[in-house]
Design a protein around this ligand. Structure first.
Ligand SMILES: Cc1cc2nc3c(=O)[nH]c(=O)nc-3n(C[C@H](O)[C@H](O)[C@H](O)COP(=O)(O)OP(=O)(O)OC[C@H]3O[C@@H](n4cnc5c(N)ncnc54)[C@H](O)[C@@H]3O)c2cc1C
Length: 460
């Protein structure tokens, strides 16, 4: 049995761990980093990178089918070679994974361990036969798909975001349980590849924590492409009938059951914390298993930090990476950065995408502050009209007393990029008039943000 002493142990090679290991090793600390499966974690292997690569294939198929709208003819029917789609995805994702693995394995002062890490005490972590000891331990173990206790689910084959990565064929009819980010991205992607797709959502609307107008517009966009959407689906149960999977539900609209060829479960994520031996280290979790941390990401045990999806403070690649920056700044740069400095920002990668920052309109209303609102349909954005991609709308909320921007949503062409011009002004805490008076480049989607701001009205 090896007993190895380090200055720091990092568990997991997701979006926070590798950067932190490199920073610590770079200042001469002796670092161990442990990975039990695929280097790079969720984003690189089963999350952002592969899905966005596949979404690019789906977009190409969509535009090829729409070619005639642009005066371009494509001879014959547009078909999608799913093996080629998967091969392209594997190449992009695999290059990224190899990059992380190679980087860590060649990092001076850093030892890579491959295996499952488990706390034996607050400063000892076991990996296989090795026992690693360090005064500082950083947990970056991420999360995985929630598999709910749904009647019949143990009797039928089903897919998750991870096993979807192995799909190199076209499902005849993909039934997706869950109408939030992951479910909707797969729904539109597979519809564009050529599958029939049904989304079953238990709540009264898609992506229930967004504003109602956003949910409604997304539903309209997806339904226009032929995706079936079943809302308020209570008591969902699944069973097998011949070679079909049948999902039955009490829904407000539509037949009481949907029979499909494949089932994807996309009802949320849970942290990888139940098999870490956290109890041996005195590290507390909340009722859903997320590790409890303070504003600088320290856990209930001194000397142990938790970063990324496992602390429940973000749930995105950029928030996990920012967790690394916060911990590194506090430990190495004498810079007291905090999670509460962060402004909520994320995107939903359907097409057109949704870019979101700060508060929703519902949150602004609930705060009962004196606020202003402006909206603009994408049909009034020249760049979107020119490109024939004018679905969606944008909106922005401003505090009427401070003139600071409270939140915004851009559901439309390049919404994931354009939203950053608003986000950056929010970080400066400058009044909205700064962006309203800025001269943006024509023709872009961004140029209509100042125009929209000129149209602010009291939020009633
Ligand atoms: C389908 C999908 C699409 C997504 N798209 C986006 C997107 O477009 N944009 C975005 O910002 N976010 C997206 N996300 C979320 C994003 O992938 C995660 O937020 C991100 O990966 C951050 O994860 P992390 O750093 O917390 O850990 P992870 O990336 O999950 O990595 C954790 C690592 O720890 C390892 N590990 C776990 N337990 C142990 C153990 N006991 N011992 C050793 N190793 C262990 C795991 O094997 C894994 O490699 C998506 C997620 C999914 C599922």
């Amino acid at each position: 049995m090896q007993d190895s002493r380090f200055d720091a142990i990092v568990i997991g090679t997701g979006q926070a761990g590798p950067g932190l290991a490199a920073r610590l090793a770079g200042v001469g600390q002796k670092v161990a980093i442990i990975e039990r499966k695929l280097f790079g974690g969720t984003c690189v292997n089963t999350g952002c990178i592969p899905t966005k690569t596949m979404i690019a294939s789906a977009y190409a198929a969509r535009m090829a089918r729409r070619a005639a709208d642009f005066g371009v003819s494509v001879a014959g029917a547009v078909t999608v070679d799913m093996r080629a789609v998967k091969a392209r995805k594997d190449a992009v994702s695999g290059k990224s994974r190899a990059g992380v693995e190679g980087w860590l394995k060649h990092l001076e002062n850093c030892t890579v361990y491959e295996g499952h890490a488990r706390f034996e005490s607050s400063n000892v972590v076991a990996v296989g036969d090795a026992k690693l000891v360090a005064p500082r331990i950083f947990i970056n173990v991420g999360g995985r798909a929630v598999i709910p206790e749904m009647p019949g689910l143990d009797q039928v084959p089903y897919l998750t975001n991870s096993s979807m990565m192995e799909v190199d064929f076209l499902p005849r009819h993909l039934v997706i349980v869950g109408g939030s980010y992951i479910g909707l991205e797969f729904a539109q992607m597979f519809r564009r590849f050529g599958s029939e797709v049904t989304v079953i959502e238990m709540g009264p609307r898609l992506i229930g924590h967004e504003d109602e107008d956003i949910s409604a517009c997304i539903k309209e966009i997806l339904e226009a492409e032929g995706i079936q959407i079943r809302l308020k689906a209570e008591c969902v149960a699944v069973s097998k009938r011949g070679d079909e999977i049948v999902a039955s539900a009490e829904c407000e609209e539509g037949a009481p059951e949907v029979a499909g060829s494949h089932l994807l479960m996309a009802v949320g994520r849970r942290p990888n914390t139940s098999d870490l031996g956290l109890e041996n280290a005195g590290v507390q979790t909340d009722e859903r298993g997320y590790i409890t941390v303070d504003d600088q990401l320290q856990t209930s045990t001194p000397g142990i930090w938790a970063l990324g999806d496992c602390n429940g403070k973000g749930g995105f690649t950029h928030t996990s990476y920012n967790d690394f920056e916060i911990v590194a700044a506090n430990l190495l740069d004498n810079d007291p950065r905090r999670v509460s400095d962060r402004i909520k920002a994320y995107a939903l990668y359907i097409d057109p995408p949704l870019g979101r920052v700060g508060m929703t309109e519902a949150e602004v209303r609930a705060s009962e502050r004196n606020a202003l609102l402006a909206t603009r349909p994408m049909t009034k954005v020249g760049r979107a009209v020119e490109k024939g991609e004018s679905l969606g709308f944008m909106k922005i909320m401003v505090d009427a007393e401070t003139d600071q921007i409270l939140g915004a949503a851009i559901l439309g062409l390049n919404g994931d990029e354009v939203i950053h011009s608003i986000l950056d002004v929010m970080y400066t805490k400058a009044p909205y008039t700064v962006i309203q008076r800025a001269v943006h480049i024509h023709p872009t989607v961004s140029e209509l943000v100042p125009t929209m701001l000129a149209d602010l009205k009291p939020l009633r």
